[in-house]
Design a binder for this molecule. Structure first.
Ligand SMILES: N=c1c2ncn([C@@H]3O[C@H](COP(=O)(O)OP(=O)(O)OP(=O)(O)O)[C@@H](O)[C@H]3O)c2ncn1[C@@H]1O[C@H](COP(=O)(O)O)[C@@H](O)[C@H]1O
Length: 94
């Protein structure tokens, strides 16, 4: 299962935030500010919606991956982590 990978990806994204690298797309996105990061999440979400209506499953899954990546970047830009969100989901689940 790739939940461990998600933790590792989130850690890399945090590192690109805390220690910016010139060659990193993630660092360049953080540098553009919260509005740009939020805009990217909106754009990727729209692309997921568009692909959900078509039959190209590979494209749909790729757009879903883009959305998840940018969502984690947005959480970090706001100072949060996936765990902050999953805690809320866990509380709802009780
Ligand atoms: N998972 C991803 C990932 N998914 C998508 N993307 C980038 O998201 C961008 C989405 O493409 P778009 O056409 O929408 O955006 P764009 O035109 O390139 O850029 P914008 O000006 O619109 O922001 C592409 O540049 C992709 O490379 C990602 N960039 C990085 N990662 C991971 O993030 C980690 C850190 O990577 P670096 O930032 O490269 O160090 C690594 O584990 C990477 O695999």
């Amino acid at each position: 299962m790739s939940l461990k990978f998600l933790e590792s990806l989130e850690q890399t994204i945090k590192d690109r935030h805390d220690n910016p690298s010139d060659s990193s797309y993630t660092s360049s996105l953080f540098a553009k500010g919260i509005n740009k990061v939020a805009q990217k999440v909106g754009e990727e979400a729209v692309e997921v919606v568009i692909e959900a209506k078509d039959d190209n499953e590979e494209l749909f899954l790729n757009e879903a991956a883009d959305l998840l990546y940018h969502y984690i970047v947005l959480l970090r830009a706001k100072g949060y982590s996936l765990e902050d969100v999953t805690k809320i989901l866990e509380e709802r689940h009780k």
